[in-house]
Design a protein around this ligand. Structure first.
Ligand code: HEC
Length: 145
């Protein structure tokens, strides 16, 4: 009889412990912190998997004068880089097209209607240019133009 009571107590303690830890887990995920951390980590992983060097891409853009007409977030004379990514999201030739765009000096039209040769990247290294283009294409949250 005595043993039985002890058993039952032990069981209910274990049950309470389990449901308490479930409550903590729920509270954590509802705060969103865990989910955010997981999302950030997987974004970093996917950038690394794509072999991107974000620092090198940004520095090549700066060095080549791209920032005069482009920003990641907002439109300047040229489209916002996030929007370039959105426009080319479903285009399997995006990389080739955009490499050509930033290396060949093709004519581009500005909002005021005038045309001029598009600026070229200041590097002869195709890998550096690819890295820049793939960084642009990896940007999320843009809209098509
Ligand atoms: C003098 C202004 C100017 C500079 C500097 C400039 N761009 Fe542009 N860029 C434009 C304009 C204008 C367009 C829009 C062309 C169009 O839609 O036809 C454009 C379009 C683009 C596009 C999208 C092309 C497409 O097919 O939609 C990319 C990518 C781009 N530029 C990258 C760069 C990079 C990288 C650099 C630096 C090497 C750079 N741009 C420098 C004005 C500029």
């Amino acid at each position: 009889m005595v043993q039985c009571t002890i058993h039952r107590r032990a069981d209910s303690t274990a049950f309470e412990a389990k449901s308490a830890s479930r409550r903590i887990a729920l509270a954590r995920s509802s705060r969103g912190v865990t989910r955010l951390a997981v999302a950030a980590a997987s974004l970093l992983l996917s950038l690394e998997a794509a072999g991107l060097d974000v620092g090198a891409a940004e520095s090549l853009a700066r060095h080549s004068g791209c920032n005069k007409c482009h920003a990641v977030e907002k439109k300047k004379d040229g489209p916002a880089l996030r929007d370039v990514a959105a426009k080319y999201r479903d285009d399997e030739h995006a990389e080739d097209k955009l490499i050509k765009h930033v290396t060949s000096g093709e004519m581009v039209k500005f909002d005021d209607g005038h045309k001029e040769e598009h600026k070229k990247v200041k590097t002869q290294d195709l890998e550096q240019t690819k890295n820049l283009i793939n960084w642009i294409l990896s940007l999320q949250g843009g809209t098509k133009y």
